[in-house]
Design a protein around this ligand. Structure first.
Ligand SMILES: Cc1cc2nc3c(=O)[nH]c(=O)nc-3n(C[C@H](O)[C@H](O)[C@H](O)COP(=O)(O)O)c2cc1C
Length: 348
């Protein structure tokens, strides 16, 4: 199950709660491996309303119930560790500017408690900010272990903080974190290296969206794909749980810099376990595995409306449609009220 923000932590502590999160993830425990919604590693890291964190005691206690419930159903669960960087808004930071590699506005929108607002020009991170953020990720990884997670996924994807460092249009730094490919990827590897001191690297995954263009403030250039090729090749020196890649989110057929078939392109570059995501169904998921272009397929939206997706695939049961309107709304509706196929059949 792919990571999906659902914005149900509508409480003062932004903690997961029994009647929502525990139930939601428990219902989906047969996924094999669940990757949770992006969870902010610190107060600074947030950029969307009502997303859960993994930095406070109350949040760890909330997540403990989630992992217990999933483990009781023989499922496995990784938490996605998230820092949105410049995809945030001063409303989340007592009027202070969000952090980013450079002071460049993504010209996007942030989903604040008062609705969507235009992003601002962020504050370029100082060396001290970078050090603190590395510590925040390490702390979050420690908390994840304490909360009983089977592992963590670094959210280095979708235009958020790490992606902002990777990309030359969002990172114009002139220190050792900007300029060359090695420099733009340094922050990610520093986080990874620090994190594997507190959690075995076999329990760390990382997510990338190499051909993201025109969304979340990201614009590709000629160095984008070489940057991701460098990262993926360098990850062969580690022994991560997996590398998780997304197929393009938008039509990139006209973008000369873009790789159109991500799994096919990156599979030969990586020796470890490769997970692919983005628009797959049962047939295309089986195909990408059979063709040897990935080891695992993550399904996102299908899991929103089909908590028993695995069983439905297994028995060729009809799939339920998801409702876009309740992706991020508070409460149970569109969250824990999608029945399994069997429940639905019983009440038909
Ligand atoms: C409601 C929603 C929330 C999402 N939140 C996240 C997130 O927190 N972290 C992340 O990496 N991707 C997130 N994504 C992207 C999904 O993980 C996935 O890449 C995308 O839905 C495409 O896969 P699919 O076609 O199987 O749904 C989200 C997608 C949706 C629909």
């Amino acid at each position: 199950m792919a990571p999906m923000t659902r914005s149900r932590a509508a409480n003062a502590e932004n903690k997961p709660v029994d009647e929502l999160h525990v139930e939601y993830y428990k219902q989906r425990a047969s996924a094999g491996l669940i990757i949770t919604e992006g969870s902010q590693v610190s107060k600074d890291a947030v950029g969307y309303v009502n997303t859960p964190g993994i930095y406070s005691k109350a949040q760890v206690e909330g997540w403990k119930k989630v992992t217990e419930a999933v483990h009781n159903e023989d499922g496995k669960i990784f938490i996605q560790l998230w820092h949105v960087g410049r995809m945030s808004h001063p409303d989340f930071h007592n009027g202070e500017l969000p952090l980013a590699p450079s002071a460049i506005n993504p010209n996007a929108q942030s989903y604040t408690p008062e609705g969507f607002k235009d992003t601002v020009t962020p504050k370029a991170m100082t060396k001290e900010d970078i050090k603190q953020t590395i510590e925040d990720f390490v702390n979050a990884a420690k908390n994840a272990v304490e909360a009983g997670f089977d592992g963590v996924e670094i959210h280095s994807s979708n235009g958020y903080l790490f992606h902002q460092f990777f990309n030359g249009t969002s990172n114009t730094r002139t220190d050792e974190y900007g300029g060359s490919i090695e420099n733009r990827t340094r922050f990610f590897f520093e986080v990874l290296d620090a994190m594997k001191e507190v959690i075995p690297q076999e329990k760390i995954g990382a997510r990338f969206n190499p051909s993201l263009n025109g969304l979340f403030g990201m614009t590709m250039d000629e160095e984008t794909i070489p940057t991701f090729e460098y990262i993926i090749k360098k990850l062969n020196d580690y022994n991560l749980a997996y590398v998780h890649l997304s197929e393009p989110f938008t039509d990139v057929s006209e973008i000369s810099f873009a790789v159109k078939h991500i799994a096919k392109h990156f599979r030969p570059l990586y020796n470890g376990t490769l997970m692919i995501n983005g628009g797959f169904d049962q047939k295309s998921g089986n195909k990408v595995i059979e063709e040897g272009d990935a080891d695992l397929v993550a399904f996102g939206k299908l899991f929103i409306s089909n908590p028993d997706l695995v069983e439905r695939f297994e028995h060729n049961y009809e799939l339920a449609e998801w409702d876009n309107d309740t992706f991020y709304t508070p409460g149970k509706e569109g969250y824990i009220d999608y029945p399994t196929f069997k429940e639905k059949a019983k009440h038909a």
